[in-house]
Design a protein around this ligand. Structure first.
Ligand code: HPA
Length: 268
């Protein structure tokens, strides 16, 4: 079993793989870059969501290419990380959150593999978008390291790249959001469409706009990520080891749908 990791801001550099090599995967949506290697004997594919050197902003990430490439390379289970603002007074900067729900406020992103024609019309169940086993692995690994981790949380996704207004954060809070970020949708949606297990480790970098008593800045996010990325990498490494063993969820039932869609073979 191969494990995929999609590293957000500041995380990929902290994850060290043995026998690492760079791989470029050609997909119907463009090329995706990743590192292939091992963590304690487990085969891992590591995708830097924002590209090498963090040059791709959230609204321009090629989410379809990244998820297709992981699927094609045979990553059955994927962990993502996402720097996030907190709307919840119990979720403090530096805390980790095993996200279990999302609310989608993005407006301008291709958000599906299924665009009609050959594939017909496909509606994918999204009741519980995150894999329970990946979430458990993230929670257990964080707790085993003595880290503050919240066992659930609702992630509100915006397009960015701007931060939110005070009124938006107030509204998201009323709707039940705990975290706000710019990257998890459509990533989690596409993984679900592809039949992959997907879990997100939210990393709280700041209180959200209007809750924080000062203006928000990307520097602040980068600073907190620099402080937490080593711990996050350790969580991901431990979780990868747990995930090769567990496999009782039903996420994989849609695995072959992408192959039908493009008339290509199953992932290698
Ligand atoms: N808003 C949106 N995205 C973010 C934030 C935020 O406050 N912090 C880190 N990513």
């Amino acid at each position: 079993m191969r494990i995929g990791i999609i590293g957000g801001t500041g995380v990929c550099d902290a994850v060290s793989l043995t026998d690492a090599r760079d791989v470029t995967v050609k997909t119907p949506y463009g090329d995706a870059l990743m590192k292939q290697g091992k963590i304690a004997g487990v085969e891992v594919l590591l995708v830097p969501r924002h590209g090498e050197g963090h040059t791709i902003p959230p609204h321009r990430v090629n989410y379809r290419a990244n998820i297709w490439a992981l699927w094609w390379m045979g990553a059955e289970r994927v962990m993502g990380t996402a720097a996030s603002g907190s709307l919840n007074s119990a979720m403090l900067p530096g805390d980790l959150v095993a996200v279990d729900q999302f609310i989608d406020f993005t407006k301008c992103r291709p958000a599906t593999f299924f665009e009609g024609s050959k594939a017909g019309v496909v509606h994918t169940d999204m009741t519980d978008p995150y894999c329970a086993e990946v979430r458990k692995a993230l929670i257990d690994s964080s707790e085993s390291l003595g880290l503050r981790v919240h066992r659930s949380g609702c992630y509100v996704c915006t397009d960015g790249p701007r931060f939110e207004t005070r009124a938006e954060i107030r509204a998201f809070s009323v709707l039940g959001g705990d975290l706000v970020g710019m990257t998890n949708v459509p990533e989690v949606v596409l993984a679900r469409e592809a039949g992959m297990c997907y879990g997100l480790l939210g990393i709280v970098t700041n209180f959200a706009a209007g809750i924080a008593r000062r203006e928000l800045s990307h520097e602040e996010v980068v600073q907190v990520m620099a402080e937490t990325s080593g711990r996050v990498a350790e969580v991901l490494c431990r979780a990868a080891g747990r995930l090769v063993a567990a496999a009782g969820c039903g996420c994989r039932r849609n695995w072959s749908r992408l192959a039908e869609l493009r008339g290509v073979g199953a992932g290698k």
